[in-house]
Design a binder for this molecule. Structure first.
Ligand code: ATP
Ligand code: MG
Length: 461
């Protein structure tokens, strides 16, 4: 049971949904437009799920999603659309919708989807709480590089200089940004994050600097940007190497004198925000190539922090592995005591292209596949290992290999088998579509968001 906001400009649909969802025990409120929905969300922080129409006058479903994205991250969204065009559905998913519901739909579909979204949100919250989001953030590792970064974070925690964090994907750039925020003077302020590469330049500027009413179609009221919202806090500017040239100029001005002008506005505003930027691109090379402003580079890199790839600091692997193992074992309530010697050895020689994120994914997988005791090598790197006898015996008929396995006293790790199977299917779909997530999701009959999540979870790409 959850708290749901229904957004639709048709009163009939609103009341129909209200009745249906109330009957399931949800607390339901309604809004007749995107703008009204935002007002409601600002006033009521208990709302967990938004069920919104796509086409509405003024602020439409996509506009609402954009507004929700950074401002109300804990609110999950389902977009309803009569115009079930793939394009719009994909845009909605890109904007972070939980799922899309095609109109017309029957009551059971809405009820099931709402329940699923609320459950997913619960898991998301639990993962967030169990994760490293609690302050102060600790960087695990004993390599000279990590110790130096840790010392630097402590040293500059009480300053306000801009920090540029560089490193390959999965090396911990965001974690460093959070550590900087939570160990510094601004820990009580907000920490906002934006991925500069994910939005078009126009949208990004509106997100960063806000916009005034009438700045563009859909700008029905003034809206503050992230710099205003992060006032006295920190803004984490991820993928800063993707900034368009015109946005680079505006960011430079902000960094130099704290001034900015909202999109469509005239008057200059000021803010007090510490910027932590990150990139996995070579900004210096971009400066040389003329695609990144040199003056902005120096402004951002007041304090550079570089995170070396995991393969260059292998001494951190046992510590990190132990830390991640403990986290996942607790989460999955497994009595796992450590890694088998062959697993430790394999971890030491693995290339770790995906760095710590890949380590994390593999350990999560290992924990899921191991009931107790030590995690063997194959449960971490089992992509290359033989699996149990194939489990699909066809229409209810018993699989002889499986029967034999059970008769011989063999046990089955259901969760592990499911993971293995899931992984094989996702991988097959990705191979078939040449790594096209949208197409692969279609093949598998799951949403874009789901496949993106699975690919990450399974450490596939
Ligand atoms: N030193 C560390 N100690 C503990 N956990 C770490 C450490 N470094 C990274 N992690 C964990 O590894 C995962 C990836 O880290 P993070 O998201 O910060 O990487 P990133 O560099 O921002 O990656 P990307 O470029 O792909 O966005 C996170 O779950 C993070 O908590
Ligand atoms: Mg990151």
């Amino acid at each position: 049971m959850g708290s749901i906001l229904i957004v639709d400009d048709e009163a009939g649909i609103r009341s129909m949904l209200e009745v249906v969802l109330r009957r399931d025990g949800h607390a339901v409120c309604t809004a007749g437009s995107g703008t009204e929905a935002i007002t409601r969300l600002e006033a009521d922080h208990g709302i967990e799920l938004v069920l919104s129409d796509l086409r509405m006058e003024g602020l439409d479903g996509l506009g609402l999603l954009r507004a929700l994205k950074d401002r109300h991250q804990g609110v999950f969204t389902i977009i309803m659309t009569a115009y079930a065009e793939w394009d719009t559905a994909v845009s909605a998913m890109h904007l972070g919708a939980y799922d899309v519901l095609r109109k017309p739909f029957d009551n059971s579909a809405v009820r099931a989807l709402a329940a699923r979204a609320l459950a997913a949100r619960d898991r998301w919250l639990a993962a967030k709480a169990a994760g490293e989001h609690t302050a102060p953030v600790h960087l695990v590792g004993s390599s000279p590089a990590i110790l130096a970064v840790q010392a630097l974070i402590e040293r500059i925690g009480s300053t306000d200089s801009t920090v540029l964090v560089t490193g390959e994907s999965g090396t911990g750039k965001e974690l460093v940004a959070r550590a900087l925020h939570y160990s510094g003077l601004r820990a009580d302020g907000a920490m906002m994050r934006i991925n500069s590469g994910a939005l078009s330049p126009g949208l990004l500027e509106s997100e960063l600097f806000g916009h005034v009413k009438g700045a563009f179609t859909g700008a029905v009221e003034d809206r503050p940007g992230l710099f205003e919202l992060a006032h006295k806090g920190t803004l984490f500017l991820d993928e800063v190497g993707d900034l368009a040239p015109e946005t680079q100029v505006k960011l430079l001005r902000l960094l130099e004198n704290g001034e900015f002008i909202p999109v469509g506005g005239r008057e200059v505003r000021r803010c007090d925000v510490r910027v932590v930027a990150a990139t996995n691109r070579d900004l210096q090379a971009m400066v040389k190539a003329g695609t990144f402003r040199e003056d902005l580079y120096y402004r951002l890199a007041v304090i550079p922090v570089h995170l070396p790839p995991l393969r260059d600091r292998r001494e951190d692997i046992p510590l990190l592995a132990g830390h991640l193992l403990a986290r996942h074992a607790v989460k999955l309530r497994r009595g796992i005591t450590g890694f088998a010697p062959d697993a430790l050895q394999a971890m030491q020689s693995w290339p770790w292209q995906g760095n710590i994120r890949e380590l994390d994914n593999r350990i999560q997988r290992g924990v899921a596949l191991t009931p107790d005791g030590l995690i063997p090598r194959d449960n971490l790197f089992g992509d290359v290992a033989p699996a149990l006898p194939a489990m699909d015996g066809g229409h209810g008929s018993e699989n002889p290999a499986l029967a034999q396995h059970l008769a011989g006293g063999g046990a089955i790790d259901l969760e592990g088998e499911m993971l293995r199977h899931e992984r094989a299917l996702v991988e097959a779909a990705l191979n078939r579509t040449g790594d096209n997530l949208t197409e692969a999701a279609k093949l598998l009959g799951i949403s874009f968001r789901q496949i993106r999540y699975k690919v990450r979870q399974l450490g596939l790409r």
